[in-house]
Design a binder for this molecule. Structure first.
Ligand code: GLN
Length: 253
């Protein structure tokens, strides 16, 4: 089996090690015996919806977001939506997540249009949300935790029917108000978590690979089990750091 990972704007949208997500996806798929091709899709390049198995877009500051907002509208947006409608997996982090929603209103009152894949919108806030994040998720049917690092001023609000990625146990998440983090639409996931997120959350990495395989090779395509002990230690280290600072209620997880 082979998977094609499309990395959008690798040179512009890559902060706090977001490129590590591409490495984690590639390595875990290869360790499970799957061939991987990573396709860099920079500004101006088009995207072939039917050829994308996993789409990734990282975070970036307002300056980079202004550059790519136009390209998303004019060059890539339609194909991204088409790929997700067909079942492709997608992960969008922070600045990338914001522009896959309806719009991002910056601190300078500029409105950057999004492609509306997620029924969500973002407005710049007056304080930055910075630090370790711990999120509880149940969208796989099992309970899992996600750890990561956030640094954003944008506050994202979800439309009524859009599901969050999870519930914030520690940190700020979408908007520091409603206890929700990220968004899920079909196999597309938006999140504020950098870190990078996937190396420390192997269950989530494997979920993205699994849904991409199933879309390409059918429901019976299964992902071979690959050891997660190092990744789990990295995951637990973040939880321990939050707990040692006295910032997690005993019994929260
Ligand atoms: N400019 C956005 C914000 O601060 C995104 C930042 C990021 O991607 N880390 O809200």
């Amino acid at each position: 089996m082979k998977l094609r990972i499309c990395h959008l704007y690798p040179d512009l949208m890559n902060i706090y090690g977001d490129r590590g997500n591409i490495i984690a996806l590639s390595r875990r798929a290869q360790w499970a015996g799957i061939e991987v091709e990573v396709v860099n899709v920079p500004l101006g390049a088009s995207l072939d919806a039917s050829a994308c198995d996993i789409i990734f877009i990282g975070g970036g500051q307002d300056k980079e977001q202004a550059l790519i907002a136009k390209d998303l509208q004019e060059v890539k947006g339609k194909a991204i939506i088409e790929a997700v409608q067909e079942g492709a997996a997608l992960l969008a982090v922070c600045g990338g997540y914001q522009l896959l929603g309806k719009y991002f209103k910056t601190g300078a009152d500029a409105v950057l249009p999004g492609i509306g894949l997620f029924d969500a919108w973002t407005v710049a806030g007056s304080k930055r949300c910075i630090g370790d994040v711990l999120v509880e998720c149940d969208f796989t049917g099992e309970r899992h935790t996600l750890v990561g690092f956030e640094n954003h001023s944008g506050k994202t609000y979800l439309g009524e029917s859009l599901k969050p990625l999870g519930k914030v146990l520690h940190g700020f998440g979408n908007n520091a108000e409603d206890g929700r983090e990220g968004a899920i639409y079909k196999n597309a996931f938006g999140t504020y978590l950098h870190g990078s997120i996937l190396p420390k959350n192997p269950w989530f990495t494997d979920h993205l690979i699994r849904v991409a395989l199933q879309r390409r090779y059918g429901d019976q395509a299964s992902l071979a089990r690959v050891d997660t002990s190092f990744e789990d230690r990295a995951h637990q280290a973040v939880i321990a750091r939050i707990r040692n600072r006295g910032k997690l209620d005993t019994g929260a997880i």
